[in-house]
Design a protein around this ligand. Structure first.
Ligand code: PSV
Ligand code: MN
Ligand code: MN
Length: 387
């Protein structure tokens, strides 16, 4: 690919930001409050718009319901538009009520299952109002002890709830089913892996696809293989990007293992799936517990851009030829040459050609936005607990 073609592909890239990444967060031991943190969904959207202003590739914000609950979602969408962004995926939340101690849609109690399914249906109503395409489903459902509940019945209950929600989707709406190996359940999880998600999505139909959260696998899992498999079967719907050293660490994407991020983006480029028109949502799902949030999110967006640029730079002809000739070292070198390229000057040039500052973090720091929100916003709330 020529440098111009690489730049053209990069200029069309879109990365979606999670509203919750702008709120205070922490571990189960401590939430560290930061100055200037948003107090409302509107303020989270305003911060996301700032990230878009300096990067040019983050035009949408995912909401989490009820963390981003408002009375008028159409008005919230209009507010986002005024800020220069749009509302993206609606993330459901059936994991924080006492009722969900034994599960949500897989709970043995039909009344709890009804409550959980009703919440998912309410999220589709919200999508109607916001114009969002995607409903993202993550279930904390599972068990802690062998024998605690019937594993097979729980799969049936899950399938029933998913079908009811799937049938409620509009023509242009989709369902993204996220999986996670463990936590908060420690013995069984009802959607623990991509295979389980894939099987349910296959049963549901074309509007149901898998969401890969990069932090939700056993250590050593080959995530790019999952990407390749799901792309081939047209069942890859989205990513929740973050990085991890141990479990679901939710650190900045590309921080722990930039080579893994490159390998993932290499499969995306190989599958011609980067363009937004291909329908794959590239979202961040991270928390910034100790670092300043807005520059951390800008950094994350840049990390995805850098991995993408390197993947676009892979000489596909050289790679294909080496593969076909069984030239193991030559094929590997074709990938490593691209990975080892410093793409920061290319991205700086691209930004300048788009009228953006070459260094988005430095531009943000100079803007005075942080000083302003620190002054204006008193009493920012924890991500996930209301505002
Ligand atoms: C669960 O660990 C998860 O990755 C899901 O995407 C949730 O919706 C999100 O984190 C936010 O807590
Ligand atoms: Mn996630
Ligand atoms: Mn997670």
């Amino acid at each position: 690919m020529t440098t111009d073609a690489v730049k053209a592909a990069l200029s069309r890239q879109e990365i979606e930001l999670p509203s919750w990444a702008f709120g205070n967060s922490g571990t189960r031991f401590k939430v560290f409050a930061q100055p200037g943190v948003p107090r409302s969904p509107e303020e989270k959207i305003a911060d996301a718009a700032v990230v878009h202003r300096y990067t040019g590739v983050a035009p949408s914000v995912a909401l989490h319901i009820p963390w981003d609950k408002v009375d008028d979602y159409a008005a919230l969408a209009a507010y986002a538009k005024e800020q220069g962004v749009r509302l993206g995926a609606i993330n459901s939340n059936v994991f924080q009520d006492d009722d969900y101690k034994l599960g949500s849609v897989t709970n043995p109690d039909p009344a709890v299952r009804r409550k959980a399914t009703d919440h998912l249906l309410e999220c589709v109503d919200i999508m109607d109002a916001t114009g969002s395409r995607d409903l993202k489903l993550w279930f904390s459902d599972g068990t802690n002890y062998p024998g605690q509940d019937d594993i097979q019945d729980r799969q049936d209950r899950l399938a029933t709830a998913l079908k009811e929600v799937y049938d409620r989707l509009g023509d242009d709406q989709r369902m993204l089913l996220e999986y996670k190996l463990f936590e908060p359940a420690f013995y069984t999880t009802d959607v623990p892996d991509w295979g389980t998600s894939y099987a349910h999505c296959l049963e549901l139909g074309p509007k149901a696809t898998v969401c890969i959260d990069t932090g939700h696998h056993a250590p050593g899992t080959n995530i790019e293989f999952i990407v390749a498999f799901l792309l081939r079967t047209k069942k890859l719907g989205a990513f929740d990007f973050n990085s991890r050293f141990y479990a679901d660490d939710d650190l900045m994407v590309g921080a722990a293992d930039p080579f893994q991020l490159f390998r993932i983006m290499n499969e995306i480029v190989r599958g011609d799936a980067l363009d937004p028109e291909r329908g794959i949502a590239f979202m961040l799902d991270q928390c910034h517990n100790i670092e300043e949030k807005i520059p951390a999110i800008i950094r994350s967006v840049m990390n995805v851009q850098e991995a993408t640029a390197k993947a676009l730079l892979v000489d596909r002809d050289v790679l294909r030829k080496a593969q076909q000739e069984g030239d193991v070292l030559g094929a590997n070198a074709a990938l490593m040459d691209a990975y080892n390229t410093d793409v920061r000057p290319l991205l700086a040039e691209l930004r300048e050609s788009q009228g953006l500052e070459p260094d988005p973090v430095a531009a943000y720091k100079r803007s005075g936005y942080f000083e302003q929100i620190t002054k204006d916003r008193v009493g920012g709330r924890q991500a996930g607990w209301g505002a």
